[in-house]
Ligand binder design. Structure first.
Ligand SMILES: *Cc1c(COP(=O)(O)O)cnc(C)c1O
Length: 472
């Protein structure tokens, strides 16, 4: 019998299958990028599960091409210019190739010697992003596995800066709370719950008609907490909010935080990428006054998931989040080292995702990121203006980012009609969009993530919605 390991680790076999896979992927994207293939081949969870159960029962194969083809056929096509769904990046092909390299090398990044190139590349990327955000060279940061984990890490750092809970356990010297927009991403609330703040420790600040934090209420809300003996240790600004992509007024929030010695965390998972654009960076004015800023490369920077940067205004706060000893890994926990990234991150084994973003930088420069933001943001504005002239549609807000909520407005029960339209679109599959509820009204929601999307595709969507509405 042939040894199973010499088969699994046969370089010649890898080369053959690898070439076949690249051919298959290239065929796939060729048909997808011109919009001829459905953006979503919708199937119910039960049917999908049925397929894969049957597939495994059909026995082993020696060539994975057919398996990969099945996965492609049954997946959402983000590279379709008719993909306007969730805020997941449409990966640039060069970043995908970089991903293959990092997966094969599998150099864990927790300690320098296991991820030598990766740790240095990560520092180069982080320093560049920090510089673009306007931070001084006192800033530091790292890449972590997603915005949700990044928000949790930032909250831990904020708490470590103002309390000894990390060392003493769940006995804070004082009741602790955070202040956060009522429109913040759910991962922020979840992180607050994980660190034990409970409902009473999450102070939701109302938003105005433009869905931005009401800065006029900050002092009043803070005083009420302070009078009750509660210590607000962190405030979170959205850049941008998830539902409609609205940017909070970071500059004003930063002044408030500074007055009361509150850690300011800016959740820029989606929208902090505007720092690369001369035209749109005004939206995050004051971002460099944040104590920490989160930015997902896998949202607005064409990098495959997960890849998130978390930047701290001060090196020390980046280092002290998880102060603990792991002698078998490091000699001196407190040393100011950039290269043992595991000291600062949740992950022990960590993927070398820095290579993906570095590859894009090295090959295309910063212009790629500014062009991306400018194209997708401008298109959302253009589409909003277009819809304003159509008497059977209305927009929910003037877009600040590449997210736009709108609805079809012909008929009596608009919530029911728009629910119907979204479901019909999903089952039709040519376009992929999502929906959201604002003030109890159902809206259709698009994120223009694909830089190959043009107005013609959006006009096609409008036409499709009309057809589906008429079929009701
Ligand atoms: C997507 C998003 C998150 C969560 O990030 P993940 O990388 O999906 O975990 C947090 N905050 C905002 C504003 C987001 O858009």
């Amino acid at each position: 019998m042939e040894d199973i390991f010499s088969k699994v680790f046969d370089p010649v076999d890898f080369q053959r299958k690898g070439h076949a896979l690249i051919d298959l992927l290239s065929e796939h994207i060729t048909s997808v990028v011109n919009g001829k293939v459905k953006a979503i081949p919708w199937e119910s969870p039960e049917k999908q599960l049925e397929f894969w159960k049957r597939d495994l029962n059909e026995g082993q194969v020696t060539d994975p091409t057919c398996l990969f083809k099945n996965v492609m056929d049954r997946s959402v096509k983000l590279h379709s210019p008719k993909y306007f769904g969730h805020q997941t990046s449409v990966p640039a092909f060069d970043a995908v190739l970089a991903g293959l390299v990092s997966e094969l090398l599998n150099n864990g990044m927790g300690v320098y010697e296991m991820g030598m190139a990766g740790n240095a590349i990560e520092k180069v990327v982080i320093d560049l992003v920090a510089h673009k955000m306007g931070f001084s060279n006192q800033a530091a940061g790292f890449i972590t596995s997603g915005g949700s984990l990044g928000n949790l890490t930032a909250l831990l750092a904020a708490r470590a800066a103002s309390s000894k809970v990390w060392t003493n356990g769940s006995r804070p010297e004082q009741d602790l709370a955070i202040m956060v927009s009522e429109q913040a991403h759910y991962s922020v609330y979840r992180a607050a719950k994980i660190i034990g703040l409970g409902e009473q420790g999450i102070i939701k600040v109302p938003v105005d008609d433009n869905h931005k934090i009401r800065c006029d209420l900050l002092e009043q809300i803070y005083s009420k907490q302070a009078d009750a003996g509660v210590k607000v240790f962190c405030m979170i600004a959205c850049a941008a909010s998830t539902a409609i992509g609205a940017y909070d007024d970071i500059e004003t929030i930063a002044k408030f935080c500074d007055r009361h010695d509150i850690w300011l965390h800016t959740d820029g998972a989606h929208g902090a990428a505007v720092v690369f654009s001369q035209k749109y960076k005004e939206l995050v004015k004051g971002i460099e006054q944040s104590d920490s800023v989160l930015l997902d490369f896998h949202k607005m920077m064409m990098t495959p998931s997960l890849s998130t940067s978390l930047i701290f205004r001060s090196k020390e706060s980046a280092m002290h989040t998880f102060s603990q000893q792991a002698h078998y890994l490091w000699n001196d926990q407190q040393a100011d080292e950039w290269y043992n990234s595991g000291k600062r991150t949740f992950e022990c084994t960590k993927a070398m995702s820095s290579l993906k973003i570095y590859t894009l930088l090295k090959m295309h420069g910063l212009e790629l990121f500014s062009s991306y933001v400018e194209k997708t943001y401008a298109l959302a504005r253009e589409f909003a203006i277009f819809l304003n002239f159509e008497n059977d549609f209305e927009i929910a807000h003037t877009p600040e980012s590449n997210v736009l909520c709108f609805r079809y407005k012909k008929g009596n029960d608009l919530n029911q009609i728009n629910n119907y339209i979204r479901q019909a679109l999903l089952e039709d599959g040519e376009f992929y969009i999502v929906q959201t509820t604002l003030n109890e009204n159902v809206y259709l929601r698009i994120s223009l993530m694909n830089p190959l999307t043009e107005m013609s595709h959006l006009r096609g969507l409008v036409q499709k919605i009309r057809e589906l509405a008429n079929l009701r």
